[in-house]
Design a protein around this ligand. Structure first.
Ligand code: HPA
Length: 282
């Protein structure tokens, strides 16, 4: 299998963005569903709709603005993805992760990813914010890893290490900042498991994921993190627990997108505040 993009493709996009934004961000932020409000907080903003960026994939989901926003967050130059690409939309994983290599070629050193996730850990509550300590790449177990195919050595090694995927110093910084921002009472640190989606999990699947040691489950983030680590970016991941997964057959609860969006709306401000205050310390 050949890579679907060449080094020159990523480079063309990166050079175009550097020339047109005329900014040199060190931090990139991928905003999860309903968490794109962070990009609105940037100062000296300049935004590029995905369809205007050479070779950039375009977004299909309603509610995803689909633009790259450059600007300053508390004085730190950042680039925010307002709307990400999901595997369940039909994109291959090279396309899902295309922006990450572009960020790397632009000179970005750290990647912050946010997402909405279902809580598997019985001690978690709806509205908790989880600092991601580690992940389980379930599609990766089944042959869906964005690094499958030709390895471009100019990005990274053939067999990248993932035991240090989530930067310890950034995790400490996130936990500390969250407490300073009065978010300590709903703060967690745990393991995120990615599934392909778009179906939510069955009861039996939730029980399996719990036995695997996962604390939260979602449909994003891990492909981007794998590619970011391959090319040497430091990574911080934050999950917003939008629902508790169903693990009892007599339960009347059902996972649904409306609940996910409602909880996201409730906690988006807190999550944004944490990110805003921690980027200055990176
Ligand atoms: N499962 C998978 N993805 C999710 C969930 C869930 O329960 N909640 C939010 N994203």
């Amino acid at each position: 299998m050949e890579a679907s993009y060449s080094y020159e493709d990523y480079k063309e996009t990166a050079d175009w963005l550097l020339a047109h934004a005329n900014k040199q961000p060190k931090v990139a932020i991928i905003c999860g569903s309903g968490l794109g409000g962070l990009a609105d907080l940037l100062e000296d903003k300049i935004a590029f709709p995905y369809q205007n960026i050479p070779r950039f994939p375009t977004s299909t989901v309603a509610g995803h603005a689909g633009q790259l926003v450059f600007g300053k967050l508390q004085g730190q130059e950042c680039v925010c993805m307002q709307g990400r690409f999901h595997f369940y939309e039909g994109y291959n994983l090279q396309t899902v992760t295309y922006p990450v290599r572009v960020f790397s070629l632009m000179g970005v050193k750290s990647l912050i990813v946010t997402n909405a996730a279902g809580g598997l850990n019985g001690n978690y509550n709806v509205g908790d914010i989880m600092v991601i300590k580690d992940h389980i790449n379930l599609p990766g177990f089944c042959g869906q890893n964005p690094l499958i195919g030709h390895n471009d050595d100019s990005f990274g090694v053939r067999f990248p290490c993932m035991s240090d995927a989530y930067d310890r110093d950034l995790r400490t910084l996130a936990l500390q900042t969250a407490k300073e921002q009065n978010c300590g009472s709903f703060l967690q640190e745990g393991v995120y498991c990615v599934v392909a989606g778009p179906t939510y999990e069955t009861i039996a699947e939730c029980k399996v994921l719990q036995k695997f040691g996962a604390d939260a489950v979602g449909m994003s983030t891990v492909p981007e993190v794998v590619v970011a680590r391959h090319c040497g970016l430091r990574v911080l991941g934050l999950s917003l627990i939008t629902n508790k997964v169903v693990t009892e057959y007599d339960s009347n609860n059902k996972a649904n997108h409306e609940e996910v969006l409602a909880v996201t709306k409730l906690r988006a401000q807190d999550l944004q505040r944490i990110v805003r205050h921690l980027v200055t310390k990176i």
